[in-house]
Structures are given as structure tokens and as C-alpha cells.
Design a protein around this ligand. Structure first.
Ligand SMILES: Cc1cc2nc3c(=O)[nH]c(=O)nc-3n(C[C@H](O)[C@H](O)[C@H](O)COP(=O)(O)OP(=O)(O)OC[C@H]3O[C@@H](n4cnc5c(N)ncnc54)[C@H](O)[C@@H]3O)c2cc1C
Length: 502
């Protein structure tokens, strides 16, 4: 559990490490530093996982695509991390079967895929792929068009609930002694030198977004883990190429898939995933330069929706999927370390980078899957561990030492009851936990990141909110006026960024 959100004035005046950014990267850095015995404070300007970390394709994976692009090191590292997380967080990170249909006379064919998957499995230390002939594929996926398909390769990767993964890492960090606070923005960082000119510590100006109160806190190490926004605080030449990826979410009965599917888009042959998630089907993602306003939530644009629908219509013509079937959209922005080359978004490297300027260490890029390695790289750059200790911890296969007893079904991908059909008692148990143990500040925190009701119900969960209004008001301690303003805020966010654009 997270401690109750405190006031700015109650935060410590000095910490060993101040982490800026409450996505997976910041959470991972905070956890690893707290495990070193450091006094750690993490601040997040909005809600935990509000940035990219609640808008991913929910895969903890090696990345077959990266292997195909020759990023062997990244794939191998990610697969190692995948296996650690599957073992450490059962229920939250779950091994799932994926199918890659193989088309006649189209690369990659059966043997090329088989060879790639041998390597993929070998890196992960598992043997878990097989060829499904066409007949078997049709039995598994009766709604998929099989024209020109030979069969499919079945392999495994893992799926997760991304925002709850961030919460789980933060909860572990807190259990190790870290302090975390949301809705606090770091405005500036200043390096302070001692009288002999050597760096002494940093001063960070923090602003509470709820009260506009301001306070300066000092830290021996400041880590800028602000993802796509990293250039704002890095005090270095810009390095980020923000690339947007959007998803469409459908009811499972409209687009039924038992497996996650890795499909090539009929137009540009990009890999798109169609996967089951909490009793729904998610389709994504796109990959394009993000030019929407930098400090607002990203949203799926009309052309991205059309592009993803084009794939669904071509591959699942009998499902009669159309625009009206989209329950919600979800768009996120990848913090990609720009190569500086004139290349397509999908060709940019997905690795991470750690760089330094006076008074701060910046870490960005990478993946949800590789947060532990990113954290280790930060500790190394900060001089908090040496290369020997780095290697020892890199090889370690355990990360979590504390049990966090979430209510049954919360954050459990295979829970029998999908979120939206949960009975009132179950739903209220989840909300109760989130409200009292996970620093819920606004209604959107509860609906979009602690649970995903906002993404998985056609009205953004409005009917559920109305049905539970009195109970929620009591739990949240909100009078009618606060409820009305929170509801208006939530609906504005939902309609602006999650409701399909036309
Ligand atoms: C469409 C898409 C699909 C993806 N799919 C996958 C996948 O399936 N598997 C995978 O492993 N990876 C995936 N990724 C990549 C992965 O999601 C990201 O690499 C990861 O979430 C980035 O995490 P982060 O913590 O660095 O950034 P973020 O999650 O964006 O966190 C940064 C945080 O910093 C906060 N912040 C910014 N400025 C300040 C400030 N001044 N003060 C305080 N806080 C601040 C922001 O509010 C934000 O919450 C995907 C990415 C996208 C976009």
C-alpha cells in the first residue's frame, strides 16, 4: 500500500535521492535506490502512471520486432526481465500465448519464424513455441480470414496491467522505505557546489498541484525520470523523439480472440497486436511522430482509428466491426531516444539512455519491461554501485520482497470476473482499497489507472458512478459540490482523450 498523500510541508527537507516522475522508470529507480538503503522521495506531477506507463500495449516482452531489426541485446535483456517478472508477480504479469499467422509467399515464412523463435525462447530460457497448421488455426480462431494463410506460429510472451504494475513497484519501494507523492511537480533543479567547487547537492523546487504551494527540497542525487518530458529538466541538448501509439478497445463478443495475435497490417506490413485484456479485445498500435500539445494527454486521431479498423476489417471480415463498436481509445507517447537520422518512427531504436548534467541524472527511453535494468543503470551512473555490484544485481532473479494483499481479482489479468461485470461488492472492494491505500486524488485516478472501468465501458463508467455515487462520496469524503466538479472533470477527460474521435 502507499502511504496517505501528505502535505508538501511534511516532506523531508533533505533526501539521498529525489526521483522526478511516477511512471514505471521512476518507480523502478525509487525501488532499487530504496533497496540500497537510501532515503528516497519520488514526486509525480499528475497521477502515478498518468504518462506513457498506463497507455502501453500491456506486454512484458522481448519484442520479436526488435529481434527482426537486429536489436539482439535489447531482446535478450527484455526476455530475461520478462521471466523475472512472470515469476515474481503471478497474476499481474502472466505468460500468454501469441499467434503469428504465416502467409503464403510472404516473409517471414514458417522456417524463418521458427528459427527466430528458437532464439527468442533460448534467450528466455524456455521452450514454448510450435507450428499450428491451418486447420488447427481455424479451430482456435474461427472468425479470422485465412485466405493465403499457411498456418501460424504459436509462441509465448507475457501480458500485464501496466498502471497496476507501476503501483506494485511503488508499493514495493514504499515497503523498502521510500516516500512517494502524486500531484507534485518539479519546476526546476539547481546544482549547488561546495566551497571548493565540487558538486555538493541539488535544490529542487516542488509545486503542489492541488494547493499551488511551493517548496525547495535538497537531495544528494536527483533523477529526472520524466519519460517524454525528459528534455524539460535534463539541462542538456534535446534527445527525445516523442512517438505516439494508439489502441482501440472492443467488447470481446464483438471481436473474440482467445490468443493474442501478432498480425501484419495489410497496407504497410507493420506488426499490430490484437489481444485479450480483462475480458475485452485491444487492437494496437500505431507509431507516428507526436505533434499534439506536449503537456496534454495524448489521444487517438481519426487517421489512426481508420488505420487500425482497416486491419480488423481485412482480417476479421465476419465480425462486421465498425467505428460504433469501439468502446474507447487509448493513446500513449513513447519516449524514444532520437537517432538524429531521417528514419521512420518504427525504425528508431527502443533502448534507453542515461545522461548527466550538473545536479541531475536523466534516464529515458526503454520499455515497461526493462525498468529494473534502467534503475540499475541509474545507480551505476550515480556512483551508488560499482560495476561488480551492478553485474551481481543484474544477474539477480528476485526483486520483490514484500507481499501486498490487493483485494481478490484486482490487477489479476485472468480473474474470472472481467472488471465491467464485477458485482457491486467486488467493485466496491477494489475501489475501497484504491481510495484508502493508493493515493486516489481525482475520479480519473480511480476510473482510468487504479481500475480500468473508464477504458472498458462504453460510457466511460458513468452509469456505475451514478449507481455508486453515495457510497463513493462517503469513501472519498466529498460533498455534493466536490462530486459534481470531479464528475465534470472526469467526463471532460474521458470525452476529450478516450472517447473515439470522429
Ligand atoms: C503505444 C505504446 C505501447 C507500448 N507498449 C509497450 C509494451 O507492450 N511493453 C513494453 O515493455 N513497453 C511498451 N511501451 C513503452 C513503455 O510504455 C514506456 O517505455 C514506459 O511506459 C515509459 O515509462 P516512463 O516512466 O519513462 O515514462 P512515463 O510513464 O511517461 O512517466 C513519466 C512521468 O513523469 C511525470 N512528469 C513529467 N514531468 C514532471 C515534472 N516536472 N515533475 C514531476 N513529474 C513529472 C509525468 O507526469 C509522467 O507520469 C509502449 C509505449 C507506447 C506509447
Amino acid at each position: 500500500m502507499l502511504p496517505t498523500r501528505t502535505k508538501l510541508k511534511n516532506l523531508p527537507q533533505h533526501v539521498d535521492m529525489l526521483v522526478i516522475g511516477g511512471g514505471i522508470t521512476g518507480a523502478g529507480v525509487a525501488l532499487l535506490a530504496a533497496q540500497q538503503g537510501l532515503r528516497v522521495l519520488l514526486v509525480e506531477q499528475k497521477d502515478y502512471a498518468w504518462g506513457t506507463s498506463s497507455r502501453s500495449s500491456k506486454m512484458v516482452h522481448g519484442g520479436l520486432r526488435y529481434l527482426a531489426q537486429g536489436a539482439v541485446g535489447l531482446t535478450r535483456e527484455s526476455l530475461r526481465e520478462r521471466e523475472i517478472l512472470i515469476n515474481e508477480l503471478p497474476g499481474l504479469v502472466q505468460r500468454h500465448s501469441y499467434l503469428f499467422p504465416v502467409y503464403k509467399k510472404q516473409f517471414p515464412g514458417r522456417w524463418a519464424m521458427g528459427a527466430a523463435l528458437m532464439l527468442y525462447d533460448w534467450f528466455a530460457g524456455v521452450r514454448d513455441h510450435q507450428w499450428l497448421p491451418l486447420k488447427k488455426l481455424q479451430q482456435q480462431l474461427p472468425f479470422m480470414a485465412v485466405h493465403k494463410i499457411n498456418g501460424a506460429m504459436r509462441y509465448t510472451d507475457a501480458a500485464t496491467d501496466d498502471s497496476r504494475l507501476v503501483l506494485r513497484v511503488l508499493q514495493e519501494a514504499c515497503a523498502e522505505g521510500a516516500e512517494v507523492i502524486n500531484y507534485v511537480q518539479a519546476r526546476s533543479i539547481e546544482a549547488i557546489n561546495s566551497s571548493d567547487g565540487s558538486p555538493a547537492h541539488s535544490e529542487v523546487t516542488l509545486v503542489d498541484a492541488l494547493t499551488q504551494e511551493e517548496r525547495v527540497i535538497t537531495a544528494n542525487h536527483v533523477v529526472n525520470a520524466t519519460g517524454t518530458w525528459a528534455d524539460e529538466l535534463s539541462a542538456a541538448a534535446p534527445k527525445i523523439r516523442p512517438l505516439r501509439g494508439s489502441h482501440l478497445i472492443f467488447a470481446a463478443h464483438k471481436l473474440p480472440v482467445n490468443y493474442a495475435l501478432a498480425l501484419l497490417h495489410p497496407v504497410d506490413k507493420r506488426l499490430i497486436f490484437v489481444f485479450p485484456w480483462y475480458g475485452h479485445t485491444v487492437v494496437g498500435t500505431t507509431d507516428l511522430d507526436h505533434t499534439q500539445p506536449k503537456f496534454e494527454e495524448a489521444y487517438a486521431e481519426q487517421e489512426e482509428i481508420d488505420y487500425l479498423l482497416q486491419l480488423i476489417k481485412a482480417r476479421f471480415p465476419h465480425c462486421n466491426i465498425d467505428y460504433k463498436d469501439i468502446i474507447s481509445t487509448q493513446a500513449g507517447v513513447r519516449p524514444i531516444i532520437r537517432s538524429g537520422k531521417d528514419i521512420k518512427p518504427s525504425e528508431e531504436d527502443r533502448g534507453h539512455l542515461v545522461w548527466q548534467a550538473p545536479g541531475r541524472i536523466t534516464v529515458s527511453g526503454g520499455k515497461l519491461t526493462t525498468f529494473r535494468i534502467m534503475g540499475l543503470d541509474v545507480l551505476l551512473a550515480a556512483g551508488l554501485i560499482d560495476k561488480r555490484e551492478y553485474k551481481r544485481r543484474y544477474r539477480q532473479k528476485t526483486l520483490f520482497r514484500h507481499e501486498i494483499n490487493w483485494p481478490t481479482g484486482l490487477g489479476h489479468l485472468d480473474a474470472a470476473q472481467p472488471i465491467t461485470t464485477a458485482d457491486t461488492a467486488t467493485l466496491q472492494a477494489w475501489w475501497h482499497w484504491a481510495i484508502h491505500k493508493e493515493q486516489v486524488v481525482h475520479l480519473d485516478d480511480l476510473m482510468l489507472r487504479r481500475t480500468h472501468i473508464g477504458n472498458l465501458t462504453p460510457d466511460g463508467g458513468q452509469a456505475l458512478l451514478t449507481a455508486n455515487q453515495a457510497w463513493l462520496q462517503q469513501q472519498l469524503g466529498w460533498d455534493n459540490e466536490r462530486w459534481a466538479s470531479e464528475l465534470a472533470r472526469y467526463l471532460q477527460i474521458w470525452q476529450g482523450y478516450y472517447q473515439p474521435k470522429r
